[in-house]
Write a protein that binds this ligand. Structure first.
Ligand SMILES: [Ca+2]
Length: 394
């Protein structure tokens, strides 16, 4: 029954929602995080590396290597777009955490990606949560990389919707459009999750209040770093809620059936006022002439979360599950007793909803073991990601 956990490398620019995704990954039994690679985006690369090391130390997972990524774009551009106004000058909500003790490994992010893909061809998934420079460099470094890597799951693009940097572009693609175009046309197995999908996955202000009442170490950590993220969303979107971009992309890597996809060729605009624009050619129309999309490999583009019917209970459970996962990780980390007996009865949705924030911490260890089962059960009937809640309060 227990399938081998999926090996993943998270390419990341932490980043508040990156932190959420990383913690979620570390506690997910479905995956084994074999490394973090860092990139500029929410902060400059040096700080991204520092934050990646810090988060692993908070989680007690200093066994996981961190490889530092590029400090410049694929075309050696040094004028980077850094979103510190979204995530704070320190990238983690201006909490000024102490510097980490650990250091990155000597290999560059691109070299690490190439090496890991080669060690276990077809079985390593990259979850790319920042600009795609490192992935493009890996593709250029090793012609076999696109074949060796199992799958590349990207948080990036704005498909048929406005971007979040400007009307044309989504932040990660805008960060290095040339790299993104290299990656999308590389022939690798790619699933990209854009903001057309992640804008449907919202953590609301009341959700955060519940989080704040939990005495879980991680819930407390998250509550703190989320303050600034909420302020930004209030200002930018006039709403009391935040988009869960990176956690959504991570969950799509764990279970691609959580999203529905279109398949086609994606090209990225690399210049002009629409720099960073992602355009999917869905192959429906046969054009008379050769286009820039002709004969390019196809990728999967998430176009919607699969939510034919989502009711309040499922929304609640989806959120609880997420928070439970995060809290359970910490509980496990702190657990004095190992291998305590796991009950075989699954709590029903309302039980989870009602009890999650008042849990006896000793129970969380056993609950952790039930999380995948609950998630699988939810996946079987509907998509827990699809909260369907509009940021405009509709
Ligand atoms: Ca990110």
């Amino acid at each position: 029954m227990a399938a081998e956990p999926k090996k993943i490398i998270i390419d990341t620019d932490p980043g508040i929602d990156d932190a959420m995704a990383i913690f979620l990954a570390l506690r997910s039994p479905e995956v084994q995080v074999i490394g973090l690679t860092t990139i500029y985006g929410n902060v400059y690369t040096t700080l991204a590396t520092r934050n990646a090391l810090h988060l692993l130390e908070v989680a007690g997972r200093t066994d996981i290597p961190v490889a530092e990524g590029s400090h410049v774009t694929l075309t050696k551009g040094t004028k980077l777009r850094v979103a510190d106004f979204v995530h704070g000058a320190d990238g983690l909500g201006n909490q000024n955490f102490p510097p980490p003790e650990g250091k990155p490994i000597e290999d560059s992010a691109a070299a690490f990606l190439v090496q890991q893909a080669k060690l276990d061809p077809g079985n390593v998934t990259v979850v790319a949560l920042g600009p795609l420079t490192n992935i493009a460099l890996a593709i250029q470094l090793d012609l076999e990389f696109a074949k060796n890597i199992g799958q590349i799951v990207i948080l990036g693009g704005a498909f048929a919707v406005n971007g979040n940097v400007n009307p044309a572009a989504e932040a990660n693609i805008f960060g290095d459009p040339d790299a993104a175009d290299v990656v999308f046309t590389s022939g690798a197995d790619i699933l990209t999750v854009g903001i057309n999908v992640t804008h449907q996955v919202v953590l609301t202000g009341s959700d955060r209040e519940k989080l704040a009442t939990s005495n879980g170490k991680f819930a407390q950590y998250l509550t703190k770093i989320l303050n600034l993220y909420f302020s930004y969303h209030r200002e930018a979107y006039n709403t009391d809620g935040v988009y869960l971009h990176d956690p959504t992309a991570f969950l799509a890597a764990v279970d691609p059936t959580l999203v529905t996809c279109m398949e086609g060729s994606v090209r990225v605009q690399t210049s002009g006022i629409t720099r960073g624009l992602t355009i999917l050619y869905n192959k429906q129309k046969r054009f008379g002439e050769i286009t820039e999309w002709s004969n390019k490999p196809t990728v999967k583009v998430a176009v919607t979360v699969d939510a034919p019917r989502v009711d309040d209970t499922q929304e609640e459970v989806a959120l609880d599950l997420f928070i439970l996962a995060l809290q359970a990780f910490y509980s496990l980390f702190n657990a004095r007793r190992r291998n305590d007996t796991c009950t075989t009865t699954l709590p029903n949705s309302s039980t989870i909803s009602n009890n999650i924030f008042n849990l006896d911490w000793s129970r969380l260890t056993s609950l952790l073991k039930q999380v995948s089962a609950v998630r699988n059960r939810l996946c079987a009937c509907s998509n827990p990601l699809a909260s369907g809640r509009s940021l405009n309060g509709a």
